[in-house]
Design a protein around this ligand. Structure first.
Ligand code: RIB
Length: 320
């Protein structure tokens, strides 16, 4: 596989308030502390890929920011993780994306995104992405940039020889046929239900095989269903299985799914077999939930290896 990963997606500045419980509609709650952290689903995935990659593997971020004080900060955060940001362009027509995030005492969050410049990554920007895709074995996408752009870019990445990974977050229905350009789909439980037009709800291991099979019948090559602390469930041409998660004390789940995707991409680009790559991704995500923030919570390669080394197989969360 070509030794590079492209991430097409959003960059946001996250404004995070921790609180004892998340506010209900109409409720005012007192928060505890406030932080401003680099985030955005695309940038978080790129950060994870960059931070976890060995030196021979490159990560490219493709996205849009505004001309404002957040843009430089976001690019600097990615560059510090080893990500090439030369395809993150600034626009004068919109501000850099921001996300307002509440995190409760159990580490659960609520997020509202004002996408700003991320929405100006339009379909007309896809042709210039091709030279980047051409160098990459894998191309990662999410849904915080226009869906029409993601759809066109998935097709272009595939034509240039990259394997496509779509994280369908935030959850939404997708245009007819879009999933056919996806090699690997990584929804969480809610996203899987919404993609299939079902009521969103907690999915256990019992429902996972059926959900994954239904998604594959929509044209996706392989599905990894992210199941939170239960780990993940894989379904692909060579079979289907559960990869248990790791028991950790959750502090902030923000960007756990993004960390998972970045880590999975690195492991696959290195040629690890899928089951091993999923265990690596579960470990990176588990470490991230023990820390506050989005990109700030992404572990280093050494931390993931030490975490796995200390759990040679027996300390995962039971399969439920
Ligand atoms: O997945 C977490 C991310 O979602 C946050 O960093 C926030 O910016 C939103 O995009």
């Amino acid at each position: 596989m070509k030794p590079a990963i492209a991430v097409v997606g959003s960059l946001n500045m996250d404004f995070v308030v921790t609180t004892d419980h998340l506010p209900a509609p109409g409720e005012t709650v007192l928060g505890r502390d406030f932080r401003m952290n680099p985030g955005g689903k695309g940038a978080n995935q790129a950060c994870a890929a960059g931070r976890l990659s060995p030196p021979q593997l490159r990560t490219y971020m493709i996205g849009r920011v505004g001309y404002d004080m957040f843009a430089d900060h976001l690019k600097a955060s990615l560059a510090a993780a080893g990500v090439d940001v030369s395809a993150v362009h600034a626009t004068k027509s919109a501000p850099t994306g921001v996300a307002l995030i509440w995190v409760d005492a159990e580490g659960q969050n609520s997020i509202v995104v004002a996408a700003g410049a991320n929405l100006l990554l339009t379909k007309s920007e896809v042709e210039p992405m091709r030279p980047v895709f051409r160098q990459c074995g894998l191309a990662l996408f999410q849904l915080e940039t226009p869906v029409s752009t993601v759809q066109a870019a998935l097709g272009a990445a595939r034509e240039e020889g990259a394997r496509t990974i779509l994280d369908p977050a935030p959850a939404r229905r997708l245009p007819e046929g879009m999933l056919e350009a996806v090699d690997l789909l990584t929804p969480n439980e809610t996203e899987a239900c919404i993609l299939l037009g079902r009521p969103a709800g907690r999915v256990g291991l019992e429902e996972a095989p059926e959900l994954a099979a239904e998604l594959r019948s929509a044209g996706v090559g392989e599905v990894v269903l992210k199941l939170g602390d239960l780990g993940c469930y894989y379904s692909g041409p060579d079979g289907a299985y559960h990869v248990p998660g790791f028991a950790v004390e959750a502090r902030d789940s923000t960007a756990a799914g993004d960390t998972f995707n970045g880590a999975l991409a690195v492991a696959l680009a290195e040629g690890k077999p899928m089951e091993e790559a999923l265990r690596f991704a579960n470990a990176a995500a588990a470490i991230s939930v023990t820390r506050p923030g989005a990109q700030a919570s992404v572990p280093t390669r050494q931390e993931v290896e030490e975490f796995l080394g200390a759990r040679p197989g027996g300390e995962e969360r039971p399969s439920g």
